[in-house]
Design a protein around this ligand. Structure first.
Ligand code: URA
Length: 232
């Protein structure tokens, strides 16, 4: 727990909730794919409080130029105790307007994709690489992604998901950053680790909306993820 969290919790009289939290050891439990135990649940109440605290820290973020054109910081939504954390690219226009992730057409498709492998939106946590809408839906610039990355790392540390799913090449390149890699299929075909968490890559739902021929390979990715979840 970072000190800013502690300070805010104490100010709001909620430090007793923090004390109930069982701190799990920061050992690389998930580095060995042969070990099966290892997803220790977080305390959902304290995780939720910590996520809210982090959200307050974001509220006035001016670390990159995207703050100049945003309406809302789009922090992330979902279950603080999720096994699955999904990371998209950056908020679109509807997300900027509402302050919530994946509420537009790509979000609706994402909900359907998840349902197809028996995963409900309320069971997962979703966020983006950058928390502010890039104008004209352009790709976020590398400096913008790097500026936002510490926030994402903190979200992951709090939620401690069992798996991470990266949607699209921007998310994959930012998180897995293999220099010189230019194709999504390079990432999709492998299982990765980020912060010691098993990480999968698949298509961004916006890509599926623009090019329906990606739906079949995306379905194969989802089945691989479902198989992993059922066996770990
Ligand atoms: N696309 C994204 O990458 N994220 C959203 O929140 C919406 C669309």
């Amino acid at each position: 727990m970072k000190s800013y969290n502690l300070e805010l919790l104490k100010l709001s009289g909620l430090d007793f909730i923090f004390k109930q939290n069982i701190k799990h050891p920061e050992i690389p439990l998930k580095t060995n794919p042969d070990l099966k135990i290892q997803h220790l649940p977080s305390n959902p109440i304290s995780t939720s409080v910590s996520l809210e605290t982090l959200k307050l820290k974001y509220a006035n973020c001016q670390k990159c130029p995207l703050h100049e054109t945003r309406t809302n910081v789009v922090y992330g939504d979902g279950n603080p105790n999720a096994d699955i954390m999904i990371i998209g690219e950056g908020p679109g226009a509807q997300e900027d307007k509402t302050g919530h992730v994946f509420v537009g057409p790509a979000g609706q498709l994402l909900t359907k994709m998840l349902k197809a492998i028996n995963v409900e939106r309320q069971d997962i946590y979703i966020t983006n690489i950058v928390k502010c809408h890039p104008p004209q839906n352009r790709d976020p610039f590398p400096a913008e992604r790097q500026a936002c990355l510490p926030y994402l790392r903190e979200q992951i540390n709090l939620i401690k998901p069992k798996i991470i799913i990266l949607l699209g090449k921007v998310a994959a390149n930012t998180i897995l950053g293999q220099s010189g890699v230019s194709t999504l299929s390079y990432y999709r075909e492998k299982e990765h680790y980020f912060q010691n968490i098993t990480t999968f890559v698949t298509y961004h739902p916006s890509a599926l909306l623009h090019n329906p021929s990606y739906k079949l390979p995306a379905w194969h990715d989802l089945q691989r993820i479902q198989h992993y979840l059922e066996n770990n």
